[in-house]
Design a protein around this ligand. Structure first.
Ligand code: HEM
Length: 389
């Protein structure tokens, strides 16, 4: 065991920290040093991660004393939201909104998402021969999609996008970030109030009709935005960076675009970008992998490491688009499993298909080694991705 605080910092852009993989091999359920001189149980095997995430007695309620937090994750921790609730409170909200995110319902959005992606690529290509892909494609696509999902009128898209970009902006000060989030929350609150006055055929109106209070709904709207925006953007950038870095993988998708859904699934597994999705607090003595975790202890279910478990994914460090990796835990597992996963998959599929088809000359403007990765943060990704075509 290291004496330094257990860290999610990635050193190798393609792989989880070596220390986490070592724990998986040698001590898959073990106590490690955590922040402020405390300890946390690091859970690293796929089956054990699912045990923890599948049992709500491993609480997600961050308001409980002793619930583990993540340095730098100050933004969402002030919110009491779906992702930070336990049953039965969680179940009631989740059941009410789940129907909006089914494969079928999200599938209906495909034509519009295709249009958004085509238009965004048109604008990028018209801008010259090079761009930062993050700014030109990865961030705008999920931002416009979520804006439309929430029923943000077109004339407000700029305000919405500017503020959503600000809280993931690498150079933003904490004050700027807080101000941008305040503006968005206020904006979403205004949208909800407008639907109270005049309901329409949109997700917010349907949630109000189903019994959500305006405050609750403002919280959910905001959560959808923060949970679905940067995550999807990071995955778009990482997928494109990987394809440019490994031309044999890109060629596979060019030769057979039907591989794209499998490629998306495999890259979701491979990168597992939600670094802190698995922080929990044991509310009873609970057994995991033959070890009893006492009530009151902090637990960290490491999805990233679980997704490299060789017992579940043979040759886990190889990117294999034909693997059929649907049992990965990149979207978590159990009651809090990502609500937006069908939307994220669809956005990623549409973007990758369009990039592969439309920009055959796409290349790094620089090299893979110049990319600055979000090595340490709530979500893995890249800050900028300079490309040329
Ligand atoms: C590649 C993109 C995405 C990844 C990797 C991802 C990952 C995750 C993970 C790991 C969790 C579980 C957190 C936990 O157990 O505490 C989660 C929850 C959640 N995600 Fe995503 N997500 C993505 C995209 C989206 C999108 C597009 C949306 C919505 C539009 C969304 C909305 C949510 C919500 C609302 C929750 C909380 C669900 C609950 O607590 O019941 N996510 N996500």
């Amino acid at each position: 065991m290291t004496t330094a605080t257990f860290s999610t910092q990635r050193v190798d852009p393609y792989n989880p920290p070596a220390e986490h993989l070592r724990l998986q091999r040698e001590a898959p359920v073990s106590q490690v040093p955590w922040r402020n001189d405390t300890t946390i149980w690091a859970i690293t095997k796929h089956a054990d991660v699912r045990t923890v995430l599948g049992d709500a007695r491993f609480s997600s309620d961050r308001s409980l004393p002793g619930h583990p937090t993540f340095a730098g994750y100050t933004s969402a921790s002030k919110l009491k939201n779906l992702i930070e609730m336990d049953p039965p409170e969680h179940t009631a909200q989740r059941v009410r909104i789940m129907g909006e995110f089914t494969v079928k319902k999200i599938g209906l959005m495909r034509p519009r998402i295709e249009e958004i992606v085509e238009e965004t690529i048109d604008t990028m290509l018209a801008s010259g021969n090079s761009a930062d892909l993050v700014e030109a494609l990865s961030l705008p696509v999920p931002s416009v999609v979520i804006a439309e999902l929430l029923g943000v009128p077109f004339e407000d898209h700029a305000l919405f996008q500017e503020n959503s970009a600000m809280f993931v902006e690498a150079d933003a000060t904490p004050e700027e970030r807080v101000a941008a989030m305040g503006a968005l929350k206020q904006y979403i609150g205004g949208l909800v109030a407008a639907r109270v006055e005049q309901p329409g055929d949109d997700i917010l109106s349907r949630q109000l009709a189903a019994g959500a209070s305006p405050e609750e709904l403002t919280g959910i709207g905001f959560l959808l935005l923060i949970a679905g925006h940067e995550t999807t953007a990071n995955m778009i950038s990482l997928c494109v960076a990987t394809l440019l870095d490994k031309p044999e993988l890109l060629q596979q998708l060019r030769d057979d675009p039907k591989l794209i859904p499998g490629a998306v699934e495999e890259l979701l597994r491979y990168f597992t970008i939600a670094e802190i999705g698995g922080l929990r607090l044991a509310t009873a003595d609970l057994e995991v992998g033959g070890v009893v975790i006492p009530a009151g202890d902090s637990v960290f279910a490491l999805c990233n490491t679980a997704n490299r478990d060789p017992e579940v994914f043979p040759n886990p460090d190889v990117i294999d688009f034909t693997r059929g990796a649907r049992n990965h835990v990149a979207f978590g597992f159990g009651p809090h499993q990502c609500l937006g996963q069908n939307l994220a998959r669809l956005e990623l599929e549409v973007v990758l298909e369009a990039v592969v088809r439309r920009i055959p000359t796409l290349r790094f403007d620089g090299s893979f080694d110049d990319i600055s990765f979000k090595e340490w943060g709530p979500n893995y990704g890249v800050y900028t991705l300079p490309v040329a075509w």
